[in-house]
Design a protein around this ligand. Sequence first.
Ligand code: PLP
Length: 410
Amino acid sequence: FETLAGTDPEIADVVLGELDRLRGGLQLIAGENLASPAVLAALGSTLSNKYANGYPGRRDYGGCERVDVAEEIGIARAKELFGAEHANLQPHTGASANLAAYAAFCEPGDVVLAMDLVAGGHFTHGSRTNFSGRWYRPVAYGVHRDTELIDYDQLRDLALAHRPRMIIAGASSYPRLIDFAAFRSVADEVGAILMVDAAHVIGLVAGKVIPSPVPFADVVTFSTHKVLRGPRGGMVLCRAEHAKAVDEAVHPFTQGGPLMQAVAAKAVAMKEAATIEYQNYATQVVANATSLAKGLEGEGMRAVSGGTDTHLALLDVRPLGITGAEAVRRCGAADITLDRNEIPFDPAPPADASGIRVGSPSVTTQGMTEPEMVEIARLIGRALREPEHAEQVAAAVGMLTAAHPAYPRD
Ligand code: PLP
C-alpha cells in the first residue's frame, strides 16, 4: 500500500477512504460482504499480469504453469464444495456467468422463462435493457399477490403455453427458499434446460444452511462476492455432459483472458467456505436476517412474504409514509447503507420503489448476532421516522461498529 500512496496519493486516498466508510457505518446491501485479507491478497497479486486464455493444460499462451495450478485447485474445490460435476471459475461477474449460460444453451430468439423483475428477478433474466431481453424472447412468471411466494402453477402454465428453451430459477430480492424440485419437474415436462441463478444464495448453499440447486439444475450460475464472501466475480457449475458447451461459452464466446488473480481468490474463498467457521457464519447470516426482518416489522414496516429464509429481507416502507428511495437517503444520513427495491406489484416507479432490501452478510462477518440486529432495526426505524435526528442515530451506529469493526486493526 505504501507504493500506491507514493505513486498515486489521490487513489490511495480513495482506497483508505473506502476502508473508513466500511468501518464507520452499517453495510446492509444484501449482495455485499467483507472479503478476507487472504482473498484480497490473492486479488492484489502478480497473477493479474498473466494472459491465460484457455483452460489448465490447454492455454493459448506460454508461462501458465503457475496459474494452471491455481485454477486446477479452484475447480477441484468448487466441485467438492458444491458436489458439482464441472466448474468454470472464469466468468468476470455473475452477469457474465449468465451470459455464458445463455450462450451455452440457447440461440438468439429462443424463449426463456424467468422471474419478473418486479417480483424479484434480475435484469439478466429478460430485461430489455440487457442482452437477455434483446437477444432472447423472455416470458416472466411472478409471485402470488397475497402470499408473495412464487406462483408455481403460473410457472407451469406459462411453460406449457410458451415451450421455453430454458427456464431460470433464482432472484435478486426473493427472501424465501425456492423449490428447485418443482422447477425441475416443469422443465422436464416441457423439455427445457433448467438454469439456476444462485448469485444471492450460493454462499448459504456452501454453508449447508439451505438446499442446494446443484442436483436439480443443468447449470448453476452465481456471483462469488455476495454471501460466499469471495472476490468480485462469477462462476458456473454444470453437469459433465455440458462442460464443453459451458467452457466454450465463457471463453472464447464471451470473454478473453481470465482474471487469474480473481480465479485464485475464488479458490481461497472456497477453501474458507469449506470450514466449520464458515458454516457457523452462514447459519448466523440467516438467523440475523430473520431477526432483522422481525425487528423492522416491529418498527412499522411490512416484511414482504412475511419474513425470510435467507440472508435478505424486503420491507414495504409505505406504512411509514415514505418511498424506498427516501428511506435510503434517510438511512444514508445516519451511516446505514442499504438499497431501495421494488416490491411485488409495486405501484411506485422503480426509481422511487416502495421497499428497501436489507441483507445480513456484512454485519455477520463483523461478528454481530441477534441482539445487534434488534438494535440495528431500532436505529433504522428511528432514522426513517426522525430524519432530523440522523446525527444521533449515526453516533449510535458508530458505537455498534466500534464494538464489531469491519477489518479489525489487529
Ligand atoms: N444474478 C442475480 C440473481 C443477481 O442478484 C445478480 C447481482 O445482483 C447477478 C446475477 C449479477 O451479478 P454481478 O453483479 O456479479 O454481475
